[in-house]
Design a protein around this ligand. Structure first.
Ligand code: NIG
Ligand code: FE
Length: 386
């Protein structure tokens, strides 16, 4: 197996849990890749010999972003809705139905090409693992094909038939469809099942029913909850021991306590608050309570059309009380935990060699230099994509 020594690393973020600092950062570092995995990390002075060498010229090397929440399978856009929000129109999840109509009208080839463009956009910004949800099909055929499209790009696919009740459907009949024939058609293409548990979407009993049916079909659960109002979703996710509950914008003290006790990851999606003008989630409150926090993009055409984890990191630092180290940790190790993955989100021996190179000497520059395309190279499974 060929080995490659990466040298010239000003700062290597390993996320080694045994290290004294959160990021397990090593200065003047080197890293050896063997095949698709990390074989060695440490100080450059101690580096072993390898078959080949790459000098990154005094840049920072970080684990690739693990974006644990996105909705990339859709057609059309809702830029007019965004523009209206900027002058005071509130965000309404009902806009989802606009995207459902456009998605149903698109061919498989159009959807695949669109997801491919968005995944390429993510890779250019350092994302190496991405979760992709369905949820803009909302029929047996369109949910199954959305997931089949997503599966071409990632193993982290999530069935979100329970996104909203389609315009023409009765809520009880729709839940029966989601937990019956739609789940049967979707399950072969999905690893996860998700529900939008929110007033105007699905209540806690409906979410419970969908998650139970998913579990019986072999799908692990995650939830959208507490995005627009306080509600029962976060506590339900904790009670069921789900890997993650996402949004967590409006939290009662009991929600924070439940998250801290359960180990369920709170995934924060600050691009949503940027784009909906709602208050940002209070990451500091969660971190101080000992909650595991992830940062993800939520890339979708309605509430947040960014694919950029660097942008989300900058928002988290500027608006949510996170240190640069906490934000980077949340976008890497946090995302990996939210997807129940131990092979990504860190650069310690045995990890997948998924990494990014920053045109900067330190992770701090991600928030310090917002909007600047700092990622100069993304490596996937031991090989640079560019
Ligand atoms: O995660 N909240 C529910 N779903 C998406 C938004 C979907 C849309 O507006 O199209 C979200 O924010
Ligand atoms: Fe979402």
């Amino acid at each position: 197996m060929t080995s490659t020594l990466i040298t010239g690393i000003a700062e290597l973020v390993t996320n080694d849990p045994a290290a004294p600092d959160l990021l397990g950062a090593v200065e003047h570092a080197a890293l050896v890749v063997e095949g698709t995995t990390v074989a060695w990390v440490g100080r450059a002075a101690d580096a072993p010999a390898a078959d080949a060498a790459v000098d990154v010229g005094g840049r920072a090397v970080l684990p690739g972003w693990v974006d644990s929440h996105s909705h990339l399978v859709f057609a059309g856009d809702r830029a007019a809705e965004f523009e209206a929000r900027m002058t005071g129109t509130p965000y309404a999840a009902g806009g989802i139905r606009t995207t459902v109509a456009a998605t149903r009208a698109a061919t498989d080839e159009q959807l695949t090409a669109h997801v491919g463009r968005l995944v390429a956009e993510m890779r250019r910004q350092g994302t190496t693992t991405v979760e992709i949800k369905s949820g803009y099909g909302l029929s047996v055929h369109d949910e199954a094909r959305s997931l089949a499209v997503a599966r071409q790009f990632t193993d982290e696919t999530t069935f979100l038939g329970a996104h909203v009740v389609p315009a023409d459907a009765d809520p009880d009949a729709y839940v029966a469809l989601v937990t019956g024939p739609m789940l049967t058609a979707a399950a072969p293409h999905a690893r996860w099942i998700d529900v939008f548990c929110e007033r105007g979407a699905f209540d806690a009993d409906q979410a419970r029913a969908v998650l139970a049916a998913g579990a019986a079909a072999g799908l692990r659960g995650r939830l959208h909850a507490n995005q627009l109002t306080q509600g029962p979703g976060v506590r339900l996710a904790c009670e069921l021991g789900l890997a993650a509950v996402d949004h967590c914008t409006y939290l009662a003290d009991a929600d924070v306590a439940a998250l801290a006790d359960s180990g369920t990851v709170a995934t924060l999606l600050p691009g949503v608050e940027f784009s909906t003008k709602q208050p940002y989630p209070d990451a500091r409150r969660l971190l101080d309570a000992g909650v595991h926090v992830a940062l993800a993009s939520d890339c979708n055409p309605g509430s947040c059309f960014t694919s950029s984890l660097p942008f989300c990191i900058a928002l988290a630092v500027r608006e949510m009380g996170m240190t640069p180290a906490e934000a980077v940790h949340a976008a890497t190790a946090g995302g990996a935990r939210a997807l129940d993955r131990d092979d990504v989100g860190h650069l310690t021996p045995g990890a997948r060699a998924d990494l990014l190179v920053l045109d900067a000497p330190s992770h701090r520059h991600l928030a310090y230099r917002p909007g600047v395309p700092l990622v100069t190279s993304t490596w996937l499974g031991g090989r640079p994509l560019w």
